[in-house]
Design a binder for this molecule. Structure first.
Ligand code: G6P
Ligand code: 1S3
Length: 685
């Protein structure tokens, strides 16, 4: 790219480009939203997120403001004058970053022209009826237009544009072809081919280097999308992904080795009272138990004090998210618990949105029946206490005290009897809470049927499939996702394809143990960092070296071991899990983003870093320390991990020069507490 020899790299401007800005779709939304606080702390008004405008979601998430940066004002004005509608505002989340959203609908008048241009300049074809690709093209051209005009107006400061995922990647080859004076980073959160190939029945990881990528993309009708993704990866100044396993996949499928790994962090919120998260577990567990009482009406024959809640959740990708392995392992666990004569019950929730028509009558009835029972008992309780009070008032010496037999009236008894009969049931408690559009073909339901996990009284493992995201407004299971997670005992995410995996990371910061696999970015990251991970409630199933039946066995063994823990052991384990939170905090993880940006600047503006530069020491680490210090905890002695930083990989080292995560936030595993909670040595690899 042709860059002006010297732009001010120190006071550079940062744009992050993605389709999920202020628009919840999946994991990228979580990345941008949770990271906002550290990035705005570092950049302030020099950070803007660029995305397509989704009016419904922007109406809730964005507050419109007037831009002040003269280059931004001029660029927006010029685009508006040419028919492109935009919304500039603050995203109403922690950190309140600035966002500029483009109404892609207003750019469609140029779609044909842009499609032709994409073919002639980048060799990327685009079929007529792929709406998602059309959106990506219009959005990409609007972004390239925006960046081109912006750097025309902003001549002093360097500009970094970081793009997330192929849907936001069309602008990358355009920036390169048009020689737009910005430096670019492309971050992929998965690869298109990886996702498609894994969802089929190929032995993905053992064949990565052998796939004929063009042919495989062609067979699946995604060749044009694949071209966009590959074009983006190759045009960016710096190419990154979210985990080492996806870096390996990207190298083979996109044919460029990533420069570095930018793992996903979380915005970790600490409670002032250390044990508050344990109290929250108890409160939310009670909410789940209320649901269980209703769902299992007539079959509440298991001890709720000895019942454990496990769950899996995510987008409905049956094989990729490992639901197949989860259900198979539950069947084995059921068998094992029965054979061992266990008095524990495991209720396994599967929270994965599928197409449904409505809530199932039986699920609604269960909650209604128990509510009526509760109301009736409340009513009787009131009558009894009133009667007892009146009888006691009338009592005088020499009389017998009021007899409990006289307290329940005939009418009370009839009411209670009615409620008891309403709980009679001729069939088993349902496995699914909703009416499914494709009940007979649904892969989850079919496997539950195959494994005969039908919630029979003799089953020690019960299953509930909730094919809708959780919400506190739901009449059957009224609880928000975070509260639900807190109320459970364990999350199980036995994924086959999982570039990072936010769900187990979220469990960890809430102090909930989880099971993942060594095919997930999160699992590998934790395995690399902590030697005795399972002691911390981080269980990792080996899906790499083991045959499938062995992995299933390992998963059911982990769950079985867990059912044998005492309450005290579970409480201690939750404490240890929660103490890992800092490991996943953006204050630590965000360092990799800093390194990627430094590398991008260095590659685009090498002259600005020459000896004798007027800003000496910019890359000796001290500047970066200054930026992030207010966010970080005071320095303290720390352990050393195998990797220098979470994302050390390939050429991100180039831009580092002495900068390490440990400088960004001094992190160490927490001090051991009482002997009882930490009965084993704490070791880091
Ligand atoms: C938290 C609460 C305790 C409660 C416990 C239940 O630690 O603070 O009061 O006894 O949760 O743990 P359990 O693993 O049985 O749900
Ligand atoms: C992707 O979303 P997914 O669930 O399709 O991006 C997420 C954010 O980086 C990542 O956590 C996940 O593993 C990927 O698969």
């Amino acid at each position: 790219m042709s860059h002006t020899p010297r732009r001010d790299v120190r006071n550079h401007v940062l744009f992050e480009v993605a389709t999920e800005v202020a628009n919840r779709v999946g994991g990228i939304y979580s990345v941008l939203k949770s990271k906002a606080q550290v990035t705005t702390a570092e950049y302030g008004s020099m950070y803007t997120l660029l995305g397509p405008l989704n009016r419904a979601s922007a109406a809730v998430e964005v507050e419109e403001i007037v831009p002040k940066d003269p280059a931004l004002v001029a660029t927006i004005k010029s685009m508006n004058e040419r028919g492109i509608k935009t919304l500039y505002g603050r995203w109403l989340i922690d950190g309140a970053p600035r966002v500029l959203l483009f109404d892609t609908g207003t750019g469609y008048y140029k779609l044909d022209e842009w499609k032709g241009d994409l073919w002639s300049t980048a060799g990327i074809p685009s079929p007529p009826d792929d709406h998602e690709t059309n959106e990506a093209i219009v959005f990409g051209y609007l972004i390239a237009w925006f960046l081109g005009e912006y750097v025309y107006h902003e001549k002093e400061r360097a500009v970094i544009a970081q793009f997330h995922e192929w849907l936001a990647g069309v602008a990358l080859p355009l920036c390169r072809k048009r020689k737009i004076d910005v430096t670019t980073i492309f971050t992929t959160h998965a690869t298109l081919l990886g996702r498609y190939l894994c969802a089929g029945s190929v032995d993905f990881y053992n064949n990565l280097q052998y796939f004929d990528v063009d042919a495989e993309a062609g067979k699946r009708g995604i060749y044009h999308r694949y071209c966009i993704e590959r074009g983006a990866a190759h045009s960016a100044d710096v190419f990154t992904t979210v985990s080492h396993i996806t870096a390996y996949e990207s190298e083979h499928l996109l044919k460029r080795k990533p420069d570095g790994v930018l793992p996903n962090g979380l915005n970790v919120k600490k409670f002032s009272a250390t044990h508050e998260f344990q109290n929250l577990h108890q409160v939310n567990k009670e909410k789940i138990t209320d649901f269980i009482r209703g769902h299992f009406y007539g079959h509440n024959d298991f001890d709720l004090e000895k019942t454990l809640y496990v769950f899996t959740a995510g987008r409905y990708e049956y094989r990729n998210k490992g639901v197949d392995m989860f259900i198979e392992s539950l069947a084995r666990l059921n068998h094992r618990m029965k054979s061992a004569g266990s008095d524990v019950t495991v209720v396994a929730f599967i929270i994965m949105p599928a197409q449904t028509t409505s809530l199932a009558v039986e699920a609604l009835k269960g909650q209604a029946v128990i509510k009526s029972l509760k109301d009736t008992i409340g009513h009787i309780e009131h009558n009894v206490s009133k009667k007892l009070f009146n009888k006691s008032l009338a009592w005088h010496e020499g009389q017998d005290p009021p007899d409990e037999k006289d307290l329940l009236s005939a009418q009370d008894k009839i009411m209670l009897r009615r409620r008891l009969y309403a709980m009679k049931r001729t069939h088993l408690p349902p496995v699914v809470t909703h009416n499914m559009v494709n009940d007979s073909e649904d892969p989850i339901l079919n496997q539950i049927r195959r494994c005969q996990l039908f919630n029979h009284p003799s089953d020690r493992v019960k299953v509930i499939f909730h094919p809708e995201f959780l919400s506190s407004g739901n009449p059957v299971l009224p609880i928000d996702y975070d509260d639900f997670v807190r109320g459970t005992h364990m999350g199980v995410f036995s994924s086959y394809y999982e570039p990072w995996g936010y769900t187990p990371a979220e469990c960890t910061v809430m102090g909930v143990p989880s099971i993942t696999t060594n095919l997930s970015g999160f699992g590998c990251y934790m395995e690399e960092l902590i030697e005795n991970a399972s002691d911390y409630g981080i269980y990792i199933v080996d899906r790499r070296m083991k045959a499938i039946h062995e992995s299933v066995e390992q998963l059911s063994e982990y769950m079985f071991e867990f059912t044998q823990k005492s309450k005290r052991q579970r409480i201690n384990q939750r404490n240890r899990t929660e103490r890992l939170s800092d490991l996943l905090d953006w204050k630590r993880m965000g360092m990799e983003y800093v390194k990627a940006r430094q590398l991008a600047l260095r590659r685009a503006y090498p002259d600005s870093f020459a000896d004798g530069d007027e800003e000496p020491g910019f890359f000796d680490g001290t500047e970066a320390l200054k930026i992030s210090r207010p966010l970080s905890a005071p320095g303290s002695p720390r352990e050393k991990s195998g990797m220098m930083t979470p994302g050390d990989f390939a050429s991100l080292q180039e831009g580092r020069e002495g900068l390490s995560t440990e400088d960004y936030i001094a992190w160490k595993l927490p001090e051991e507490e009482e002997e009882e909670s930490y009965p084993f040595p704490l070791t880091l690899k």
